[in-house]
Design a protein around this ligand. Structure first.
Ligand code: PFF
Length: 475
C-alpha cells in the first residue's frame, strides 16, 4: 500500500528538507519564549524533569505516529484521517480529529503571531540602541510600553501575519527551506554565545540548580488567593502540554509535513533528530536566561515578558551587544516564522483539497481569520488585562483571556489530539500497515514504539487529565 498515494501538494526535496522543515516547526517561540517562563512559573527542576520525560515517552512515539499517518494518507489531516479510517474499516468520524487539529492550529496561530510580533518589534528596539547600558527598570519599561499599546501590537501582529501568509501562499519549498538552512544553525550558535555570557556574568550555578534540581513541592503546591498552599497536578499538565506544543504535536502540523515526506525515509531516525534538536534549544534558552534572572533579582515567575525583560539587559551590557541583540531577535522571528507556517498548513491543505481554491486564496482566508482572532490576545495585555473570566477556579484565578486561550490549546486540545492519534495508530490502524509504514521490521524498535503508544501514552495522558479535573487524585 505504501507509496501508492501521492500528495497533490508536492513533496519535500529530500529527507534533509523534511528534517529542516519539521525542526523549523518544532523550534520556535515555544522553546525560547514559553519554556523559560512556564518553567519559572512552575518551580524549575521538577517541571523540567517531567517535561523531559514527556518528550521521551510521549512526544517521540507520538511524533512517529503522526508522521506515519501523514505519509500513509498523503493528504491534509482531515482527509488523511477520513481515508485511513475507511482503509481500517472504521467510522469516518475519525476525520473530526483532523478538525480538532485545524481548530487548535487556528487558535494557536492567533496568539502566536502576536508574540512573534513582539520579537519583530524588538529587532527595531535593539537596533536603535534602546538597550545600551539600560538598567533593568528601563528594559522592563520598554516591554510595558509595547504591550500596553494595542495599536503598536496590532501593527506588529499584522506584519507577522503577512509574513506567514506570504510563505504559506508560495508553498514551503520556495524560499523558506533555504532560509531555515541558514537561520537554524545561526540561532543555535547565538544561543550558545548567550549561554557563555550568562556563565560569566550571571548567577549560573543558581540557574543550573533551579533548572536541574528537582523540587517536587514547587511543582505540585501552589498558592491560592489567600496565601494558602494547595496541591494540584496542574504543573504536570502544563509540562505535558508543553511537550506537545514544543514538538508541534497533536494538531496535524507534523502529520501534514509527514504527508510530503518521500517514501523510504526512516521515520524513527528523523523523529529522533527533530526531538533532540528541539530539546537542546529549549535547555540552552533556559541556561541563557535564568542566570540573568537570578543575578538581577528578577522574578522567575514573571510570565510571558520574561525573555523580553532579561535578554535585552544582557545585550545592553555586553561588547557588541547591539549587533547580538539585533541578530538574536531576527533569529527568534525566523524561528517563530517557520513554526507559524506549520500551524496553518493543515487548514490550507484542506481548503485546497476540498474547496478547490488556490493556495494563495486559502492562505488569505485563513490569514484574515487568524488576524482577527489575534485581537483577543492583543487586548488581553492592555484594555482587557483585568478580565479574568475563570477567576473562581483556583488554577485559573490570575489568568487573562490570552492565558486561558494558551491553556486551552496547549494543555487540553493538543494532548487530546495526541491521545486520539495514539489510539488510532495502534488500536484502529492494522499492525501490518503501521509496521510497513514505519519500516523497522518486527524488531525491538517497532515493538517498543507499539508498546509505548498502545499503553503508556494514552494512560499517561489520561492520568494527568483525570487528576487535573479532580476525578482521581494521586498524591
Ligand atoms: N512548536 C512550536 C514552538 O515550540 O514554538 C509551536 C507549534 C507549532 C505548536 C506548530 C504546534 C504546531 F502545530
Amino acid at each position: 500500500m505504501s507509496g501508492q498515494r501521492e500528495s497533490i501538494h508536492g513533496q519535500w526535496s529530500s529527507r534533509g528538507a523534511f528534517i529542516l522543515a519539521a525542526t523549523g516547526s518544532a523550534v520556535g517561540l515555544g522553546n525560547i519564549w514559553k519554556f523559560p517562563y512556564i518553567t519559572g512559573e512552575n518551580g524549575g527542576g521538577a517541571f523540567v524533569l517531567v517535561y523531559l520525560a514527556c518528550i521521551a515517552i510521549i512526544g517521540v512515539p507520538i511524533m512517529m505516529a503522526e508522521i506515519m499517518l501523514g505519509r500513509r494518507g498523503r493528504q491534509s489531516p482531515i482527509n488523511t484521517m477520513h481515508t485511513l479510517a475507511i482503509e481500517a474499516g472504521h467510522s469516518t468520524n475519525w476525520q473530526y480529529l483532523g478538525w480538532l487539529g485545524v481548530a487548535a492550529g487556528f487558535l494557536i496561530l492567533s496568539y502566536y503571531s502576536v508574540i512573534a510580533g513582539w520579537a519583530v518589534a524588538y529587532v527595531v528596539r535593539a537596533a536603535s540602541g534602546t538597550f545600551t547600558n539600560a538598567s533593568v527598570e528601563v528594559v522592563k519599561n520598554v516591554f510595558i510600553q509595547l504591550v500596553s499599546d494595542p495599536e503598536k501590537l496590532i501593527a506588529w501582529h499584522s506584519l507577522f501575519m503577512l509574513m506567514t501568509m506570504f510563505v504559506v501562499a508560495r508553498g514551503v519549498q520556495g524560499g523558506l527551506e533555504k532560509a531555515v538552512r541558514l537561520m537554524m544553525p545561526a540561532l543555535f550558535v547565538i544561543l550558545v554565545l548567550l549561554v557563555g555570557y550568562s556563565m560569566q556574568n550571571g548567577a549560573f550555578a543558581k540557574a543550573v540548580d533551579f533548572l536541574f534540581k528537582p523540587d517536587f513541592h514547587a511543582l505540585f503546591y501552589h498558592l491560592d488567593g489567600h496565601g494558602k498552599e494547595y496541591f494540584s497536578w496542574n504543573g504536570v499538565l502544563i509540562a505535558m502540554g508543553h511537550a506537545f506544543f514544543t514538538l508541534s504535536l497533536g494538531m496535524g502540523a507534523i502529520m501534514v509535513y509527514g504527508s510530503y515526506l518521500p517514501n523510504g525515509t526512516s521515520i524513527a531516525q528523523t523523529t529522533f533528530v527533530i526531538a533532540l534538536a528541539d530539546t537542546v534549544v529549549a535547555l540552552l534558552a533556559g541556561l541563557a536566561i535564568f542566570p540573568i534572572v537570578f543575578a538581577n533579582n528578577l522574578e522567575p515567575d514573571s510570565g510571558p515578558g520574561l525573555i523580553f525583560n532579561t535578554l535585552p539587559f544582557a545585550f545592553g551590557h555586553m561588547e557588541g551587544g547591539t549587533l547580538f541583540g539585533v541578530l538574536f531577535f531576527i533569529l527568534l522571528t525566523f524561528a517563530a516564522w517557520t513554526s507559524s507556517i506549520s500551524l496553518v498548513e493543515p487548514a490550507v491543505a484542506w481548503l485546497v483539497e476540498n474547496i478547490g481554491i488556490s493556495r494563495v486564496r486559502a492562505a488569505v482566508i485563513t490569514g484574515l481569520g487568524c488576524w482577527a482572532a489575534g485581537l483577543v490576545t492583543i487586548f488581553s495585555f492592555n484594555v482587557w488585562s483585568d478580565i479574568k473570566p475563570l477567576s473562581g477556579i483556583k488554577i485559573f484565578k490570575d489568568k487573562t483571556i490570552f492565558d486561558l486561550l494558551d491553556y486551552l490549546t496547549a494543555n487540553i486540545m493538543l494532548p487530546l489530539g495526541g491521545l486520539l492519534i495514539a489510539i488510532f495508530a495502534v488500536w484502529i490502524m492494522s499492525r501490518e500497515a503501521s509496521m510497513e509504514e514505519l519500516d523497522m521490521g518486527n524488531r525491538f524498535g517497532y515493538k517498543l514504539w507499539r508498546f509505548l503508544v498502545r499503553y503508556i501514552t494514552p494512560v499517561a495522558v489520561m492520568i494527568v487529565f483525570l487528576n487535573v479535573l479532580g476525578i482521581i487524585s494521586l498524591k
